[in-house]
Every structure is written in C-alpha cells, then in structure tokens.
Design a protein around this ligand. Sequence first.
Ligand SMILES: Nc1nc2c(ncn2[C@@H]2O[C@H](COP(=O)(O)OP(=O)(O)OP(=O)(O)O)[C@@H](O)[C@H]2O)c(=O)[nH]1
Ligand SMILES: [Mg+2]
Length: 329
Amino acid sequence: MPANLPPDYYAAERRFRAATDIQEKIEILRDMLAIMPKHKGTDHLQGDLKRKIAKLNSEAQKKKGANRQSAFDHIPVEGAGQAVLVGLPNSGKSSIINYLTHAHTDVADFPFSTYKPVCGMMPFQDIQVQLVDLPPIAENITESWVYNIIRLADVIILTIDLSDDKIIEQILRLKQGLSDHHIQIVIRGERRPQGPVARKTTLLLGTKSDSPGALKNWNRCIENLPGSIAHTKISFNPNDGLDKFRQILFRCLHIVRVYTKTPGKEADMERPYILVKNANVWDAASVIHKELADHMIYARIWGSEKYDGQRVNRDHILEDGDILEIHTK
Ligand SMILES: Nc1nc2c(ncn2[C@@H]2O[C@H](COP(=O)(O)OP(=O)(O)OP(=O)(O)O)[C@@H](O)[C@H]2O)c(=O)[nH]1
Ligand SMILES: [Mg+2]
C-alpha cells in the first residue's frame, strides 16, 4: 500500500536533514510522526521514525549537559509529599502523570520518550500528592540528576511493565541501577547494605494490567519478592486499580492529616495540616504556630479511638483524621 504522504511531511523531512541540534531533530521527527497518516502503508515508516527518536533521545541523555543537570537537580516538594516514578523505558510512567494529575507529559509507544522531569499534583481525598515523571533507568544512559531527584523524594513508585514476561529481570535491573547510585528500595526482611545508602520507601506498581498475561506475570512477581513491600497494579486501558493505588501511595507517605478547631467553634475540615506519622500534639501545635506550642497547656481531641473532646497532653500521638483543639495560657 502506498504511503501517500502530505507535502507538510516532506517539508519537515527537509528541515530534519538541515538540523544539527539533537533536540531540534527530535522535535522535527515528532512532528513528522504526528503529520504522517496512520495506516498499513505507513506502518514501516512509523516504526523507522520511532526508532530514530528513541536513538536520538538516548544520545541526548548520554550527553552530559552541565547546565541541564544542575537545573533539574532538585524539585521542591509541593502538597502532602513527593513520589517519583522510577522504571525501565516504556514501562508506563508518563501515562500515570497524564491520567492521575492535570499535568501533561509525552507518552509514546517507544522507549526514552521522557528526558526531563515533569511534576503533577494528584488529588487524594482532601489533599494533593506530587508525582514526578522522570527519564527511565538505563545503564550508562540515565544521567546523575535523575538519581539526585530520586534520593530526595519521599517515596519511589517502581513501575513494572506487566505486558513484559521478564518481571523478575525488570526488578533486578532497577534494584541494581539504583544501588549503583547508592539508593536502596526498602523491602522489609531484606538485609541492609553496608556503606552510605539512601533507603527509600517504595511502592511496587504493576502497570498495563490489562495486557494479555499480565495477571500471571504479576502473581509471579509478588511470589518472588525477597521480602514484603507495598504493591498494587493498575491499568489505564480500561481504568482499573486507580483508587487502590492512590490509597496505598498515601499510606507509603507515612503522614497523618490533622484538622484544627478553635474552642466553641466548628472544626475547620477544609484544610488539614500534614504531619509525619507518630507526630504528637506538641508537633502539631508547632506547625500551626510557634507561639501556640509555647503557650499550650493542654489539648482536646476528636477522632479515632477517643471519646469526643478527650483531654490529652502534649506528647499524645496523633492519628490520621484527628481534630485538635489547643488550649493556651
Ligand atoms: N495497554 C496499556 N498500555 C499502556 C498503559 N499505560 C501505558 N501504556 C502504553 O505504554 C507505552 C509507554 O507508556 P509511557 O507512559 O510513555 O511510558 P514511560 O515509562 O513514560 O516511557 P519512557 O519515558 O520512554 O521511559 C505507551 O504506548 C502507552 O500508551 C496501560 O495501562 N495499558
Ligand atoms: Mg515517559
């Protein structure tokens, strides 16, 4: 079948031949792919373009752009916590940003489509969790700034592509790639490595659970884990497991939401304060206002496992959803 390409395509092809900058070349190839009509006659050409984009992306990532490296080194946390998407090429990381946040990042059916971090806020009940899309983990290609961002995140979401039979290999490659950069995914029951290492709470996420064979692959993955780790699977085609994913991610963040109440008034249930798990009443008062903590005599609490308005002192540990009323001198 003839390809029947439009004139725009040939114009883009001429621009491609004249281009010298890798990033510019990638942009033009993406344009060519978008312009090209999608039918049997262009299958081969589409594949060619995708391979070229993947090759140029991996070349671009290999080139150590000093400026780019430092510009991406740190992503300030927004919302209740930061979770980074870490996985092999094409494992479905960017799709998570596109479906679960309002941000947009490129999704493609070829590897190395992401080359810079993209943040999005994922709503969960009355809070927002920051998700960070990253380039994939690939030996000798992934730049050091990617690992710097991973090291500073609250949680790693390790994406495992369930459409690929080689589940255990995926996990081992990711574990190795991270440990080469002194990052350990925390699996309860697994030995702590020697030397300086950033131990990271990790959520193992099986992606593309709609794919043929995904369930079998997933079960094999879970059975072969060396210890216990938070895990769940999702699909965007159709949507499945999204609520459970959001809930498990919230648990992995190890935070509690605390609401405040002024004596004699209704509680403010709109904006919770976010505290680390096991924070006490004094910690909460300090977050609300330093002076409040200094002048606190006692507090009353409404929430789980307490009777309403129970009087507690400053070292009382707070639970998620507690309402706190602080009494001062
Ligand atoms: N069937 C199916 N395909 C999916 C799902 N999620 C993602 N994909 C497809 O998997 C391919 C890769 O998705 P991306 O989100 O770009 O993967 P990535 O991990 O960001 O890829 P890189 O940035 O190149 O590392 C795309 O063709 C997606 O449409 C899913 O739930 N089901
Ligand atoms: Mg991506």
